[in-house]
Design a binder for this molecule. Sequence first.
Ligand code: SF4
Ligand code: SF4
Length: 464
Amino acid sequence: MKSTSLSVDAQKEKRRWIYAKKVSGSYFAYRQYVGYTLLALLLSAPFLKIGGEPLLMFKIIERKFFVFGSVFYPQDLHIFVFGMLIAMVCIVLFTVVYGRIWCGWACPQTIFMELIFRRIEYWIEGDANQQRRLNKGSWTKEKLIKKVSKHAVFFLISFLIANLFLSYIIGVDALVGIITDPVQSHFAGFVSIMLFTLVFYAVFAFAREIVCTTICPYGRLQGVLLDDQSISVAYHYRRGEPRGSIRKAQADKTLGDCVDCNLCVQVCPTGIDIRNGIQMECINCTACMDACDGVMEKVRRPKGLIGFYSQKEIEFGPERKKNVRAIAYSVVLLVLVGIFCGLILNRSVVDGTLLRASGTSYIFRDDGTVTNLYNMELTNKSSKKIPFGISSADRRFQVQVLSDKKMLAAGETLRFSLFLIIPKKEVGTYKTSVKLCIGSEGKVIKKMKTNFVAPPVAQQRGAN
Ligand code: SF4
Ligand code: SF4
């Protein structure tokens, strides 16, 4: 498999500023649809509500997490652990099959950089060559105006992103409080906003592709995860080589389709030449595919010299097996995501425990019944009040709750005792499994199992 990666020497080299040429084409159009849709979702998620709760919010300090309108507390750690495991498996499977599509098409870093910050840069400073000239030129009034305007807009957008980021962590209402109240009443909040603003500004104005090529661990994992069947943006070297200019190609008919125009390198936001093979720095943004397709159209050769290929496909031609593997992995991905969604949707808003009171035994009552005492703990995991009642799924048992409380406040944990009561003559075995139902507004919202202990009716004469 032909591939290269950042060598140690290359990493030690002084940074070369990348002037990525403006790109247009069908892939860029699709990327804009996907990117702006995801951006709209990212910008609106803390404000959108499902059943009165935010679509997405992670209140780390309050230890409350909102996902699709459901509230998660530390008690739901198992769902989060399972969710993280599923996410890890999904990342591995997805990368093995589809390469780094995530990086180029869905990663917030790329979306903000390519669809917002770079667009603004083109708008103020012009295309790659104009930017290069501007940076090399002396400090004229025009350069000063362009640089100040660009960095002012970058800083403003970074400030907005910092606010958005914070709204995910502290909630929209708290953020509005920080913005509208005097600075001294929320000094820590104000400092956090400014710190995040500076970080985002530094990332998008200066660090840029370094985040993808050096800082992000996912990019570094790529080398381990990809194999010769993984689909990624690749140069079809069997078709393109030996490369040569159009003029050379007219004289030499043995040359390949690559006209060596270098356009694929000029549009690359990470500054690599995809013709050198799959590289760790490639974020699969497809800019080189658009650029090369445009060139192929002009020189009247088939598009797709740079395209989505596996190394095996380039070497041995298209194979059916590739699709079977992609479909199988995609099915596994869908099943895992389905299980996780099922877990979230079927999760009860009330959690709790039910334990037999320690050191107690069964008690025969004068009214002809026998009882067991239990301790129950109920936690309301939603941010709404929940009225509740407790009943037994087994009609022979009655529940006597030793508490007046009929309502669980948002986030409240309630501890109380209860008796399970059954007529003596109904006891069939020494240990009976009983299911208790926590009901609210006509619906069962939680079921809990326990054991009821009492001698069966045949053995009760001596026990009475
Ligand atoms: S090589 Fe192509 S797909 Fe990869 S980062 Fe550069 S332009 Fe994007
Ligand atoms: S854009 Fe296409 S034709 Fe031009 S150098 Fe790159 S691969 Fe070759």
